[in-house]
Ligand binder design. Sequence first.
Ligand code: 6R9
Length: 571
Amino acid sequence: MDMKPVPVREGNYNVQDAEGLRQGFDWEDVKKEFSWYKTGKVNMAYEAIDRHAEDPDKKDKTALLYSAPDREESVTFDQLRKRSNQFANILKKQDMKKGDRIFLFMPRSPEFYASFFGILKIGAIAGPLFEAFMEQAVRDRLEDSEARMLITTPELLERVPVDQLPDLEKIVLVGAENVDVENYIDFDKEMEKVSEDFDIEWVDLEDGMLLHYTSGSTGKPKGVYHVHHAMIQHYATGEWVIDLKEDDIYWCTADPGWVTGTSYGIFAPWLHGVTNVIRGGRFTPDAWYGTLEKYKVTIWYTAPTALRKLVSAGKDVVDQYDLSNLRHVMSVGEPLNPEVITWALEVMDLRIHDTWWMTETGAMLIVNLPCMDIRPGSMGKPIPGVVAAIVDNEGNELTPNQMGNLAIKEGWPSMMRAIWNNPGKFESYFINGWYVSGDSAYMDEDGYFWFQGRLDDVINTSGERVGPFEVESKLIEHPAVAEAGVIGKPDPERGEIIKAFITLNDGHEASEELLEDIRKFVKNGLSAHAAPREIEIKDTIPKTRSGKIMRRLLKSWELGLPTGDTSTLEE
Ligand code: 6R9
């Protein structure tokens, strides 16, 4: 994509000079920021919560600004310390121990965060599950992890096949007022009975902290295992990329059932002692803008899907809100269309900073720092302390502008340490000292990385390689197109042809003329071989809960194949 770079903005950012930061950089120096560097006592819960609660200037600062349609609450660092202590005491009373897997299956709420840190405080491993999971998805995860305890709500308990889960010994119910909870532990009642003091279980940096299940292209979801050591990278990227400062009001839209919702919805902001807006529920452009305005959000971390919806909603909607506090916006999870960057500059006068990373990587790896020029369509450059490259299938480095596997040199702090119960799968990620991401990309001469697709999504039509993202980005620039998903459809003549599924913006009618106009638009904008030979209009484009277009599903529909694991599909 040939677009002008978006230059650095003047401003008082944490990092002024990316190259300067990279020079002589050593992760060991980041360790000095933590209290355990001197005391030897490690626990993420201490660093994120108790450390601030022990600071007289910070203990009554708002940690969590919670907002749901029927409830609003603000919780200070000291309150969060006490509540997580109480929950840790409940866990001890129930004989839960260090290393046990304890899962959370509930909507975002203050109780979620108290429970989450209670789990870490006893040295157990937390497994957050997205609230929209149905029975099969819940069972797969609890079964594979051999979870001993689950914290859930009476409504969600209906999706937990308790009698098929022999390892699941205890269930804590949150909000169980009118339910017969004879076989369960009642969160509210137990919290009243236990002390607000707790001696944190000190752990090793390499001890387990978190299990995040993520879907691969085949088989059941796999448990990605993270350790306390990851905090080093959460902290550093919180400073460099998110640009967190004392007085910021930060909002990350991701649910803690996904890695963005823990690494950057919990750890990074609280390691920096920053006020964190937590907002559950479904979103519309008005709800997004309304939240940004109401809480005077200064830093926002969200996803391209959200941003594209804002673009579709138009400038008139933005103009109804006061977004003057918002100073820094970031995006993750899928390719950030250049069109969205241009739009945000024009309409909100803000740069959108793309960041690339994965569940397996635990934290950001390739980013646009506030002090870097942004090249629209590029994910940016590796953070200090991380070496990225494009490699071939044998793990040999390719030269600039060659497309290949996006790979990271093993050994960054937040890297997953295992796939739960599946050493073979874990091993399969690594070739020749590189972690191979499964994404295809290229690096330009200046070291910027450009995402091309998941490896299995890249289209080869008449010998020309086409990244579906490029075509999708172009399609949504057409005034009639709201969203687009593009696949390669097998074709005897061309190998594959490009097929596009689109949804239309309001006020546009499907017609042969319109489809031809859209085709021409891509042909004229990109190239003839990138223009979809087939376009089909849909009511919605299937996406995962984290906003990724499920091209695999589009392809299965197209070919009349079984749809496979759809547990992460947004309804
Ligand atoms: C954090 C997260 C990881 C996959 C990754 C890639 C895609 C993430 C992206 C991006 C283009 C970006 N992805 N960030 N693609 N540009 N900035 O999303 O983790 O849910 O495990 O997804 O998401 O394909 O391999 P996860």
